[in-house]
Ligand binder design. Structure first.
Ligand code: FAD
Length: 308
């Protein structure tokens, strides 16, 4: 911990003492509600501060991890060495004609509501994804036949050298749950989305679609439990949930973690799971599905940190 004393002082000067926490338990900052502590958790209030924190970490060779809304990560029980940079305070949303520019920490639920209020269609698919704009660009998040690649015009980001750059849709190289942001270690600062204006009489169609998608999520997903959503990526030609169900793994449980009874594609924390329980369930599911169907399931959830 001593090695982080100096960096803690620098981060406190940069972001304010109240925004730097030592030994912060990551289970309090992730939807899965598991995981050990990070050495330092810093919550910058401006994009400039994000740049400064990234530079400080790079200059001192301190590992850092960018945290959006924590809805797609699984932190191991031994926690994280280094600095977690939490972006929740950088959440401005601006509408300009048929474009919405949202800062990295803005939640998709709020951005899609802002689009609805401005009579803009195109972002309805994202209203129930519990992530931030930054996390959604990183993952090219998608649902119900829509994905971020359909709506992004451009993104402002910090590149791997620490420069602030603008990236066009093509430059972002968005694919199924992948992006340049992911492969090349960029930090998303904001994203501009291009949507479509609808006439006054069609505004309720946007709202109806959002309500319908929310209802479908509530009916099919185990939202009453902590999780990171779909645990596995969709394997080419299959559905992960169906393969898991057909392997008789519905409800399969180790410790406090289980395959959801409601949606087999979700591994859930029943309340007292450790990260190891979750990882053991994941490994068992992968092994069983491989043996039964010869299909490799790869995790969509990002697994970080160290074992206890
Ligand atoms: C109940 C539930 C339902 C879900 N449904 C869906 C769904 O329908 N579709 C879907 O795609 N996903 C879904 N997810 C997963 C998750 O919400 C998305 O992947 C979301 O985009 C993650 O955003 P986040 O802000 O929470 O990212 P985090 O979990 O905080 O981070 C995820 C990754 O993104 C990186 N990251 C975050 N912000 C930035 C940034 N500003 N710059 C660079 N990297 C960044 C992180 O370093 C990390 O590697 C669901 C999750 C849950 C819990």
């Amino acid at each position: 911990m001593n090695q982080y004393k100096e960096i803690k002082e620098i981060l406190c000067k940069c972001c304010g003492e109240e925004n730097v926490i030592a030994e912060a338990p990551m289970k309090e900052h992730t939807h899965f509600r598991v995981g050990g502590p990070v050495d330092l958790l810093v919550t910058p209030s401006t994009k400039e501060q994000v740049g400064e924190v990234v530079s400080v970490c790079k200059e001192r060779n301190v590992p850092y991890f960018i945290l959006g809304n924590g809805s797609n990560i699984l932190v191991k029980d031994g926690g994280i060495s280094g600095v977690v940079i939490k972006l929740e305070k950088i959440d401005n949303i601006e509408v300009n004609g048929d474009e919405v520019t949202a800062d990295c920490g803005a939640l998709l639920s709020k951005v899609s509501k802002a689009a609805l209020d401005a009579k803009l269609t195109g972002l309805e698919f994202a209203c129930g994804i519990p992530g931030s704009i930054g996390g959604a660009v990183f993952m090219n998040a998608g649902a119900y036949n829509g994905e971020m690649a359909d709506v992004i015009k451009e993104v402002s980001a910090i590149d791997s050298e620490g420069n602030v750059v603008n990236l066009t849709l093509e430059e972002l190289q968005l694919g199924y749950r992948t992006s340049l942001i992911m492969t090349d270690g960029y930090v998303v600062l904001s994203a501009t989305l291009k949507l479509e204006k609808v006439s006054d009489e069609n505004v309720n169609k946007i709202e109806d679609r959002m309500n319908d998608l929310t209802r479908r999520r509530e009916e099919r997903q185990p939202l009453e439990y902590a999780s990171a959503g779909s645990t596995f990526k969709r394997p080419e030609g299959y559905f992960a949930g169906k393969l898991i169900q057909d392997s008789d793994l519905k409800g399969f449980s180790i410790g406090g973690a289980a395959v959801s009874e409601k949606h087999s594609g979700f591994v859930i924390n029943k309340g007292n799971a450790t990260a190891k329980d979750v990882l053991d369930v994941i490994a068992h599911v992968q092994k069983t599905v491989k043996e039964k169907f010869g299909v490799d399931l790869h995790t969509e959830v990002r697994i970080i940190g160290k074992d206890k």
